[in-house]
Ligand binder design. Structure first.
Ligand SMILES: Cc1cc2nc3c(=O)[nH]c(=O)nc-3n(C[C@H](O)[C@H](O)[C@H](O)COP(=O)(O)OP(=O)(O)OC[C@H]3O[C@@H](n4cnc5c(N)ncnc54)[C@H](O)[C@@H]3O)c2cc1C
Length: 528
């Protein structure tokens, strides 16, 4: 059996950061195992290319999630080097300082803002926050886009929001162009920032198209992993630790197929129970983004540019020649944080806006734009409290788990979602932007009652792609991992990825996952 000091499972956001940090010491032998292939597709480089990747079978995991009232939706995750950071919408945020402090106050010492701010300062390279020693993750602000974006920002200012060039600066109501993991018009995935620059380290081995089947546990200690690659089953030994960084769906799934999870779930899936841990896969929190769309007068915004083959070809040419134009931008151009009601003590909702509108989804097709001009605004409850779960139904990771999402079931989420939607409508009711609007097309002006608005959020809305909490950290014996991210009940095993966050943080979570992985590396290496 080939031996390493650390075996990291999954080359996604967290896995790339871990590989970078753990292999920095040449005496550590590190194995990074990734189920997908290398991130060589041009669509990974082109920011707006992500919609092509999301439909791809080879670059993307497709999961079926059952939402409220038995509705089903498709959840994608990156299945390639870089993981979901190679297919995501590239909007970057740090999570609010108060969110990190709340994580520490839940009994997780060391995760407060005074620890995490220096982590971000080491990771980021952002022209808006110049420092003498920039980190590996290159960021930019998505400025200079369509004129309508300025009018959207003006609408927010008209609603009392502060205009800012750096949405991570402050915890007040604010609006501005999104910060993006884009540099010089190209996506900066976690692999670009952290893995590719160190791929030639002799002590780092990256195994692609290799799917971990389970964690090998002997006498209460994780000693390695069983990997399926090219039709063969191979075991790799970890002298120090196995670190699961397979994401908020696959990490709890891997624990469960390895016999660590809710006993009844494991038994009915045919997995011998090693450790009965009811919280593995429980407590899943996710953003639900409600949709508001308008039809606009005239040939404005991105729809006329991108909803036809000629326009798409010109945009592609512009990106190829100059790395500019709409293809060089993140999924949405403008973001805002706002209080759903004046009583909220800090922003409790976040919005995304863009000068395009989506056509009704067609099964099996990527996001398509409407033919006529339109604009889209998405709104979500920032710290959503509704919880869902994830359970295996078979003893192998090849069978997707049963995912149940209970969007907007918690009374707090329902109240914030409805109030936020009403504020979203106010944004577009006056000011220069209102002059372009011909009609509200989604959900439509007749949708006004609380019940109808919540139904519309479920029917027309989108998942946030931000599931967390399925291997949540916490101080109680029932919590899956302890505050140092060690799996309770098994030595030599940690989980380091989105699943360890017990609650959602402000905005978008790729940045917070990278930051938590950076700190986790310090914990693993005994540096804190
Ligand atoms: C479509 C989409 C859009 C998003 N947009 C944004 C955004 O704009 N801004 C933002 O901040 N966040 C966004 N996110 C969320 C963010 O990208 C993720 O939360 C983050 O990348 C999660 O990192 P992770 O390390 O937890 O998991 P991932 O990055 O998903 O990495 C997990 C890795 O593990 C691998 N893996 C899984 N199972 C196995 C196995 N058995 N064996 C070996 N390898 C395995 C996977 O293939 C994958 O590479 C988006 C996510 C998606 C899917």
């Amino acid at each position: 059996m080939e031996e390493f000091d650390y075996v990291v499972v999954g080359a996604g956001t967290a896995g790339c950061v871990l590989a970078y940090r753990l292999s920095a010491d040449p005496t550590n032998r590190v194995l990074l195992v990734e189920a997908g292939g290398w991130d060589s597709s041009l669509f990974v480089r082109i920011p707006k290319g992500f919609s092509k990747l999301m439909d791809g079978g080879s670059t993307t995991w497709h999961y079926a999630a059952t939402t409220n009232a038995g509705r089903r939706e498709r959840w994608q995750r990156g299945r390639l080097v870089g993981g979901s950071s190679s297919i995501n919408g590239m909007i970057y945020a740090r999570g609010g300082p108060a969110d990190w402090d709340a994580l520490a106050e839940r009994g997780n010492p060391g995760w407060g803002w005074h620890t995490m701010l220096p982590v971000y300062q080491q990771i980021e390279d952002h022209p808006a926050r110049p420092t003498p020693d920039p980190g590996p993750l290159r960021l930019s602000t998505a400025v200079g886009t369509d004129d309508l974006c300025e009018e959207m920002i003006a609408a927010g200012v008209g609603q009392g929001l502060r205009r800012t060039d750096d949405l991570d600066d402050g915890d007040d109501e604010r609006i501005g162009y999104t910060t993006a993991t884009i540099s010089a018009g190209r996506r900066v995935s976690a692999a670009d920032a952290f893995l590719h620059p160190v791929r030639d380290r002799p002590n780092l081995t990256v195994l692609v198209r290799a799917t971990v089947q389970r964690v090998l546990v002997v006498e209460g200690r994780a000693v390695g992993v069983r990997v399926r690659r090219a039709g063969q089953s191979v075991d790799y030994r970890a002298r120090a630790e196995v670190v699961l960084a397979a994401g908020a769906i696959a990490s709890p799934q891997l624990l469960q197929v390895s016999g660590i999870g809710p006993g009844d779930v494991l038994r009915s899936a045919g997995v011998p129970v090693l450790l009965d841990r009811p919280r593995v896969g429980a407590g899943m929190r996710e953003h639900r983004m409600a949709v508001l769309q308008y039809r606009l007068a005239g040939e404005v915004g991105y729809n006329p540019l991108l909803n036809n083959v000629v326009g798409q070809s010109l945009a592609a040419l512009r990106w190829l020649v100059a790395r500019r134009g709409p293809l060089a931008l993140p999924v949405h151009d403008v973001a805002a944080y706002l209080r759903s009601t004046p009583e909220a003590d800090r922003p409790d909702a976040h919005l995304l806006m863009a000068p395009f509108s989506a056509a009704p989804p067609r099964p099996g097709r990527a996001l398509e734009l409407e033919r006529q001009a339109g604009l889209m605004c998405l709104g979500g409850v920032t710290r959503a409290r509704s919880e869902g779960s994830l359970e295996i139904t078979a003893p192998t990771p090849q069978t997707p788990p049963r995912i149940t999402v209970n969007y907007l079931t918690d009374p707090y989420d329902r109240a914030v979602a409805v109030a936020t939607f009403r504020r979203m409508r106010e944004f577009f009711a006056s000011g220069p932007i209102a002059r372009h609007i011909v009609a509200e097309t989604v959900p439509g002006p007749a949708v006004r009652t609380e019940r109808d608005l919540l139904d519309a959020a479920l029917h027309h809305g989108y998942t946030g792609y931000h599931a967390v909490g399925t291997c949540a950290m916490g101080p109680d014996d029932a919590d899956v991992v302890d505050p140092e991210l060690r799996v309770r009940g098994v030595d030599g095993l940690r989980v380091v990825d989105a699943s360890v966050l017990p609650t959602l943080v402000a905005g978008w979570i790729n940045g917070p996952v990278a930051a938590l992985a950076w700190r986790a590396a310090d914990l693993i290496l005994g540096k804190v």
